[in-house]
Design a protein around this ligand. Structure first.
Ligand code: FES
Ligand code: FES
Length: 183
């Protein structure tokens, strides 16, 4: 099939590739841009391993046409970092709570969680479970993952009224300026 040039905004940078009109975003990210943090699991929309954030929403890159993603802001797991270059609160929470074991599902969970907390700073347990219902994990049993999401949400709530690092629409202050709030 004829290839067409495609420019994507990935992790804050314009990346141009040549790919067929029916190319899948997951393939472009992994094979053309070498962003292999986005995992290929089922390749049919049922595992959530391939989740990326597109214009602030979690999207399954295995079900997304690459050319349909032009002009949108795409964030992969490689694009997550605080302004100081460290882990985001979501990443810290997954690590601290034991929400990752083999790690294969973890990028997808972290991207889904990041999108969730970007639009809902205080999700209920039901909302967390609903948001993560499309992400499958064979290792953790999910309890530590749900703990990680609530831990990250609490951490973000602590600082949401403070100026500081901006990450996916949520303000995150440097640790030294954090204040304690009730869970
Ligand atoms: S690889 Fe996309 S949902 Fe499984
Ligand atoms: S940590 Fe192994 S599949 Fe989730």
């Amino acid at each position: 099939m004829t290839k067409r040039l495609l420019t994507l905004d990935v992790n804050g940078a314009e990346r141009t590739v040549a790919c067929p009109g029916n190319a899948i975003l997951l393939d472009v990210l992994r094979e053309d841009l070498h962003l292999t943090g986005t995992k290929r699991g089922c390749d049919m929309g049922t595992c959530g391993c391939c989740t990326v954030i597109v214009d602030g929403e979690a999207r399954l890159s295995c079900l997304t046409l690459a050319h349909a993603s032009a002009g949108r802001k795409i964030t992969t797991i490689e694009g997550l970092r605080s302004e100081t270059g460290g882990l985001t609160p979501v990443q810290e929470a997954y690590a601290g709570c034991g929400g990752s074991q083999c790690g294969f599902c973890t990028p997808g969970f972290i991207m889904t969680t990041t999108a969730l907390l970007g639009r809902n700073a205080q999700p209920s347990d039901a909302e967390v479970r609903e948001a993560l219902s499309g992400n499958l994990c064979r290792c953790t049993g999910y309890v530590k993952i749900f703990d990680a999401v609530h831990t990250a949400a609490r951490e973000l709530r602590v600082v949401r009224d403070e100026p500081g690092e901006v990450y996916e629409g949520t303000q995150v202050a440097p640790k030294g300026r954090r204040k304690e709030v009730a869970p």
